[in-house]
Design a protein around this ligand. Structure first.
Ligand SMILES: NC(=O)c1ccc[n+]([C@@H]2O[C@H](COP(=O)([O-])OP(=O)(O)OC[C@H]3O[C@@H](n4cnc5c(N)ncnc54)[C@H](OP(=O)(O)O)[C@@H]3O)[C@@H](O)[C@H]2O)c1
Length: 229
């Protein structure tokens, strides 16, 4: 079982990497500090990563997990608001879409099934702050893309799932919490705390390795009931 995992260098991705390797999977990681480097703000980045990963894997990848992403503020008054929109869309959505496309084509060419797990966000359903239109839209796009892939290729054994984390205590979440008044934000989470990266990893591992095929197209929330739907 060979898995390509984007953004495995830190945060949620590092926790997913640990959960998968502990389960015996062979994980090809991606990031600046570890794994194969590829900048998704560069339009060539996703294809370069896929080709390098395929070579490292000896020609067969079984599972793709799109986890890499950015959460950058773009206040409405910023002159570069549109450039910020396009940057977030490219890194969070377009790069994921390109990797999904390459994975589906790869599995079709080999005549085998495969699995995609997309790490989206609670923001896909709930929306986000006024400085994060782009982030919420990118994650909603990821959920819609996941469902489209699930419906389009299920008969070929190609399955697609998404995970929607709420606040998760990584560097990104710490920045967010401090910029929103810290603990006050916890009042909005019935569980009383933000998620731990290994909780998101548990859901991703289940979808990558164990989830029954009939679950394809499903989206798993991991948010302490801060948004229920
Ligand atoms: N933490 C949360 O509260 C939360 C909530 C909901 C959803 N999520 C989602 O969960 C995923 C992981 O989040 P996280 O909190 O673990 O983030 P993180 O700690 O900031 O790590 C982000 C990862 O994405 C990679 N990345 C960032 N910019 C990139 C670029 N331009 N090109 C390629 N890779 C890039 C980073 O690689 P480098 O190390 O090379 O920079 C890193 O591995 C994201 O998709 C995020 O939107 C997080």
């Amino acid at each position: 079982m060979t898995i390509l995992l984007t953004g495995s260098s830190r945060g949620i991705g590092a926790a997913i990497h640990t959960a998968l390797t502990d389960a015996g999977a062979s994980v090809i990681g991606h990031g600046t500090a570890s794994g194969i480097p590829a900048d998704f703000s560069d339009p060539e980045g996703p294809t370069a990563l896929w080709n390098a990963a395929l070579e490292q894997a000896g020609g067969a990848i079984d599972v793709l997990i799109n986890n890499a992403g950015v959460f950058e503020a773009a206040p409405l008054g910023d002159d570069d608001w549109t450039a910020q929109w396009e940057r977030t869309m490219r890194i969070n959505l377009t790069a994921s879409a390109e990797l999904c496309r390459l994975a589906v084509l790869h599995w079709q060419a080999r005549g085998v099934g495969g699995r995609i797990v997309n790490i989206a966000s609670r923001a896909a359903y709930r929306g986000d702050s006024p400085a994060h239109w782009h982030y919420a839209a990118s994650k909603a796009g990821m959920v819609a893309m996941t469902k489209t892939i699930a419906r389009g290729y299920a008969r070929e054994g190609i399955l697609a799932f998404a995970v929607c984390p709420g606040f998760t205590m990584t560097g990104m979440a710490e920045d967010y919490l401090s910029s929103r008044g810290g603990d006050a934000l916890l009042a909005d989470i019935p569980l009383g705390r933000v998620a731990a990266p290994d909780e998101i990893a548990a859901a991703a591992k289940f979808l990558a390795l164990e989830a029954p095929a009939s679950m394809t197209g499903s989206v798993i929330d991991v948010n302490g009931a801060s948004y229920v739907r």
